[in-house]
Design a protein around this ligand. Sequence first.
Ligand code: TRP
Length: 331
Amino acid sequence: MTTRPRVVSGMRPTGQLHLGHLVGALKNWAALQEQYECFYFVADWHALTSDYADTSGIAGYALENVADWIAGGIDPERSTIFVQSLVPEHAELYLLLSMVIPTPWLERVPTYKEQQAQLTEKDLSTIGFLGYPLLQTADIAMYDGRCVPVGDDQVPHLELSREVVRRFNQLYGDVLVEPQPLLTPVPRLPGLDNRKMSKSYGNTIDLTDGSEAVVKKVRQMYTDPKRVRADIPGTVEGNPVFIYHDAFNPDVAEVDDLKARYRAGTVGDVEVKTKLAAAINAMLEPMRERRREVMARPDHVREIAVEGSRKARAIAQATMERVRDAVKLRY
Ligand code: TRP
């Protein structure tokens, strides 16, 4: 048996995955398989924290997302792919954590008030939403997860997870492992309109988009607004079209040439965008191909998730034995 350190990470199944997920998480998840024993899961209960009023899409997106993970290089033979709600032990650990954590700890997490202020169309004054980072702590601690690959927006959650584990251990002995964030070293991609990339803004390129959709979306991308004609010198820095070129176009010489001509006012947006769409499509095409193969057998995707959940559950059950002993709930 190898004892590679464990990585745990999850995604909420609230929609199709887009390029932000690919560069922000999925590529990194795939790379981590080399060095770590990885547990990647569909955080369907976490999706409920904000989407409890309409749950109809969650299970469908869960399987679609798993197909994207596999297409993106997550190997179900090497990594455990599972569904949170198929491992109900997560709920039990969450409950035990909730007994010892003061609510102000959770109210202080910056995303808590931010999200409540932003998502005004949803009532997020629920216990479930407040408890989001506690459930996340249970997800990780369940597998003795040491490393948690997350974006920088998730660091406060991880900080809280560490405090929660410390308090639990203070009360009941050394039962849970303190997790560390494993920061994903990628720049944040803006949305097509230069706002934050988000499904709710409709400014994403999805991994399921076909090549024509990509061409169309790239054509509508926001660029330097001051450059109303092709012969006006433009700004490259912070320009979404060039941020995307840097992220997706492997032909560095082509990108450098486009940047130089953009600055000089000797290239049209059409050329810059046509080359960008081609680069994105070249990168996505092998994933589309693999996704088509995977989705040709949807039952197989479900089996992978169910089988992975069975494996995860065996570990979770062992952890909960240990936890119940520590809490002295042994009958
Ligand atoms: N909060 C994470 C997100 O929205 C999803 C998540 C739930 C997660 N549980 C986790 C990530 C455990 C890492 C580890 O992106």
